[in-house]
Design a protein around this ligand. Structure first.
Ligand code: FE2
Length: 189
């Protein structure tokens, strides 16, 4: 389940309804979808997409997405660093970034217009939809593994648009945890 961390406030949110409420104030949709009781998370991509068709269809209807796929990333995936380096710098997209995590984990950092930067650690079972135009960046956690459903309107929508006043270097690139919160506290106190 997701964990939201707000370093500037030395605060974490771990309760589902609180996470939904907090992310909702930033127009980010968060939900928990069923996992093993629906389908083996390691099933073939086509079987995964069939199993989650009801949820995907609802998102498609709401967001105008035309298709979905399954991305599989392992520590030995060729050119993994090149792939990660595209998205671990603050950027925006021209369409919503929608992910449902089947296996592994990662962290989205969000730099909202009206508040401090916060991180959203996502794990298997988490669905997140980051609206187009939202300033954000993404890192894998230390095990460098993620399997996720992606929804898209047009693959060109994934193109990251980088920002000249990006702040990603000010934040810990690894997944968040108690040590990160402590070090943030040290910097701000
Ligand atoms: Fe992105």
């Amino acid at each position: 389940m997701a964990i939201v961390t707000i370093p500037a406030e030395v605060r974490q949110i771990k309760e589902v309804l609180e996470i939904k409420k907090f992310l909702g104030t930033h127009n980010i949709e968060y939900d928990i979808w069923p996992l093993e009781d629906r389908v083996n998370p390691l099933a073939l991509a086509k079987d995964i997409l069939t199993a989650y068709k009801p949820e995907i269809d609802i998102l498609k209807e709401k967001g105008g997405f035309v298709t979905a796929d399954v991305i599989d990333v392992f520590p030995d995936t060729p050119n993994l660093d090149d792939m990660l380096n595209k998205f671990n710098k603050e950027h925006t997209h021209t369409e919503d970034e929608v992910r449902f995590i089947l296996q592994g984990s990662g962290v989205f950092h969000i730099n909202p217009v009206d508040g401090p930067v916060f991180g959203i650690e996502v794990w298997s079972g988490d669905m997140i939809s980051v609206p187009l135009g939202t300033r954000h960046w993404f890192d894998l956690c230390t095990e460098r593994r993620i399997r996720a459903i992606r929804l898209f309107q047009d693959q060109t929508g994934w193109t990251p648009h980088y920002l000249s006043n990006a702040v990603h270097n000010d934040y810990e690139p690894l997944c968040l945890g108690p040590d990160y919160l402590k070090s943030s506290h040290g910097e701000t106190s």
